[in-house]
Design a protein around this ligand. Structure first.
Ligand code: NAP
Length: 259
C-alpha cells in the first residue's frame, strides 16, 4: 500500500511521553511518510520530547503552551519556513485532579474555566493560529471522550470541556471548510496515559469497558493513531465536523451485563 501521508507536513501537539496518544499518532504519521513537527509544553517536558522526536526524525520540536497567545504566535512564525502545513493534531487536555475525584457539583469556577481553556478553547486558538499556514487545505484533528455526552463517574468537569470541544469542532469545520480545511474529533476509548491516571478509579473504568464493549477489550492507542492517519489523509477528503469513535464499540452499549 502507498504511504498515506507521503508529501504531507504534520504538526502534533500533546506528546508528553511514549504513552501519550499523541506519540502513537506521531509514530503512525511517520510510518505513513509524513514530515513531523512536535510541540511540548515548557522546559519540564523538553528533554523527553526532544528524545522521542529524535527517534521519530521530527524536523522541528518546538515549545508551545497553548494557553499563551505569545507562544502560539511564536509557533506560527517558527513554522513559516515549513509551510504549508497539511495536518494538525491537537491532543491536549487538562483539569485539576480534585475536580476529577469529587462530585461535579463541587466544581469551582476556576477549575471549570481552566478545563475549558486548556481542553476546549485551545483548539480554537490553535486552529486560528495554524489555519493561515494550511494554504493547500488539510486536516485538524482533536481527541475527545464519551464523557462529553454521557455521565462517566469522576470525568466531571472534563466531560463538560469535551462537550464544548466537540461543539468547537463543528463550528470550526463550518468556518474553515471554504479553505478546504477539515476539522474532526476522535472519541477514543479509555487508555492508560499520564492524563488518565489523574482520574479517580480509572483502572475500574478500563475493566468495565473491557467486559462490556462489543469487541470485549480496551482500545489500543495504535487504533486511534490509524484513524488519525485516515483523517489526515486524502481518503478522508469528504469527512469534516465529525466525532469518530475508536472505542471497541463501547459507545453503542446501553445496558450490558458482563459475564
Ligand atoms: P497525555 O499523554 O497526558 O497528553 C496530554 C497532553 O496535553 C500532554 O502532553 C500535556 O503536556 C498537554 N498539555 C496540557 N496542558 C497544556 C498546555 N497548556 N499547552 C500545551 N500542552 C498542554 O494524555 P493523553 O491521554 O494522551 O491525552 C491526549 C488527549 O486524548 C487529551 O485531549 C485527552 O483528553 C484525550 N483522550 C484521552 C483518553 C484516555 O483515556 N487517555 C481517552 C479519550 C480522549 P504536559 O504533560 O506537559 O502537561
Amino acid at each position: 500500500m502507498p504511504h498515506l501521508l507521503a508529501g504531507k507536513t504534520a504538526i502534533v501537539l500533546g506528546v508528553a511521553n511514549k504513552w501519550s496518544i499523541a506519540y502513537a499518532i506521531s509514530s503512525a504519521f511517520v510510518r505513513e511518510g509524513a514530515s513531523l513537527i512536535l510541540t511540548y509544553q515548557g522546559e519540564r517536558q523538553r528533554q523527553t520530547v526532544e528524545e522521542l522526536g529524535a527517534d521519530l526524525k521530527a524536523s522541528k520540536i518546538l515549545n508551545c503552551d497553548v494557553t499563551q497567545p505569545a507562544e502560539l504566535e511564536r509557533l506560527a512564525s517558527e513554522l513559516k519556513s515549513t509551510a504549508p502545513v497539511d495536518a494538525v493534531v491537537h491532543s491536549i487536555a487538562f483539569a485539576n485532579k480534585e475536580d476529577l475525584s469529587r462530585p461535579f457539583l463541587e466544581t469551582s469556577k476556576d477549575g471549570f474555566l481552566l478545563a475549558q481553556e486548556v481542553s476546549a478553547y485551545s483548539l480554537v486558538s490553535v486552529a486560528r493560529t495554524l489555519a493561515p499556514l494550511m494554504t493547500n487545505g488539510g486536516s485538524i484533528t482533536t481527541l475527545t471522550y464519551l464523557g462529553s455526552t454521557r455521565v462517566v463517574q469522576n470525568y466531571n468537569v472534563m466531560g463538560v470541556a469535551k462537550a464544548a470541544l466537540e461543539a468547537c469542532v463543528r463550528y470550526l469545520a463550518s468556518d474553515l471548510g471554504a479553505a478546504n480545511i477539515r476539522v474532526n474529533a476522535i472519541s477514543a476509548g479509555p487508555i492508560k496515559t499520564a492524563s488518565a491516571r489523574g482520574i479517580k478509579d480509572f483502572s475500574k473504568v478500563l475493566d468495565g469497558v473491557a467486559a462490556l464493549a462489543p469487541l470485549r477489550r480496551n482500545t489500543d492507542p495504535a487504533e486511534v493513531a490509524d484513524t488519525a492517519v485516515f483523517l489526515a489523509s486524502d481518503l478522508a477528503r469528504g469527512v469534516t465536523g465529525n466525532v469518530v469513535f475508536v472505542d471497541a464499540g463501547f459507545q453503542t452499549i446501553g445496558i450490558g451485563l458482563s459475564a
